[in-house]
Design a protein around this ligand. Structure first.
Ligand SMILES: Nc1ncnc2c1ncn2[C@@H]1O[C@H](COP(=O)(O)OP(=O)(O)OP(=O)(O)O)[C@@H](O)[C@H]1O
Ligand SMILES: [Mg+2]
Length: 265
């Protein structure tokens, strides 16, 4: 990984204008981050620390207030076909079936029109939703809707997957299965992934490195490499795993305590 990073973020800050109060809120400040081709970067941090904001900047959906953001050496000015997003709130189209929601992931990409139906069927199969092709989002559970979002991101075979708590609404058992499946798919395809999670174990099990965010305002507190063999779940009882877990917990704890006590900027 001595090459140039595929994602490069320098001194990124984002401020939001809060219409209700008329005030400005600094969501993230001074974020520096490099992500390398084929790397799986997990992002861990307390609620409200700006994880989604950074991901949305990478997706080209939120414009930075200041700083630099480049993918493959080109400044990010909007969404692009090499980046696909799995949104925290699924962001499905309620009037479309599962198949047509997944199709949406191909619609901006004329080069993928040939063989679209097969690609869609494969993606639906991959996330375990075969049999629900003609269902509407309202007929699906939260976890199933999240899997539709995942299929929509995977269908166009992007180089970079930006995933915002993609397993958050899935039950514990399904999460285990999907996590392993995701790990397998990503290892096989060599995709670069930025994956937000609230789960310390999920961050360890999936990540090559873990970016730990702190809040008030959000910034990266530490980037921790995970030097454990895969599958990580098989090493969960080792001292190295437990030490890493403890370290991450300590990193997050100070912030969580501050947040619970209502700390502000
Ligand atoms: N469009 C917006 N307008 C105003 N403030 C916003 C907007 N989006 C996010 N914020 C604020 O920016 C901060 C960071 O939000 P963000 O959604 O990035 O956090 P997060 O780390 O993803 O949180 P969570 O873990 O709960 O998803 C929060 O204080 C939030 O209230
Ligand atoms: Mg979020």
């Amino acid at each position: 990984m001595a090459n140039d990073p595929i994602i490069r973020i320098r001194d990124l800050s984002v401020r939001y204008h809060v219409a209700r109060t008329g005030a400005w809120l600094t969501a993230v400040r001074h974020v520096d981050l490099d992500v390398y081709e084929g790397e799986f970067l997990t992002v861990l941090g307390p609620s409200g620390c700006g994880k989604t904001t950074v991901l949305n900047c990478l997706a080209g959906l939120v414009a930075p207030t200041s700083g630099e953001l480049a993918v493959d050496g080109r400044p990010v000015t909007g969404p692009g076909p090499e980046r696909a997003v799995v949104f925290q709130d699924y962001a499905l189209l309620p009037w479309r079936t599962v198949t047509d929601n997944v199709r949406f992931g191909l619609e901006m990409q004329p080069r993928l029109r040939a063989g679209a139906d097969e690609r869609i069927a494969e993606a639906i199969q991959l996330v375990g939703l075969a049999g629900f092709e003609h269902s509407y989002p309202r007929e699906l559970s939260g976890g199933m809707q999240q899997r539709v979002g995942l299929a929509r991101a995977l269908v166009a075979d992007p180089r970079i997957l930006l995933m915002d708590e993609p397993l958050g609404a899935v039950d514990a058992l399904t999460r285990e299965v999907m996590r392993a499946e995701l790990e397998r798919i990503i290892a096989a395809t060599g995709k670069t992934v930025v994956f937000i999670t609230h789960g310390i174990d999920e961050a360890i099990q999936l990540g090559d490195r873990i970016a730990v965010f702190s809040s008030h305002p959000g910034t990266i507190k530490e980037i921790v490499p995970v030097d454990l063999p895969r599958p990580r779940s098989a090493h969960a009882n080792t001292t190295a795993y437990q030490d890493l877990r403890h370290h991450l917990w300590k990193c997050l704890e100070a912030d969580a305590t501050a947040a619970a006590m209502g700390a502000t900027e």
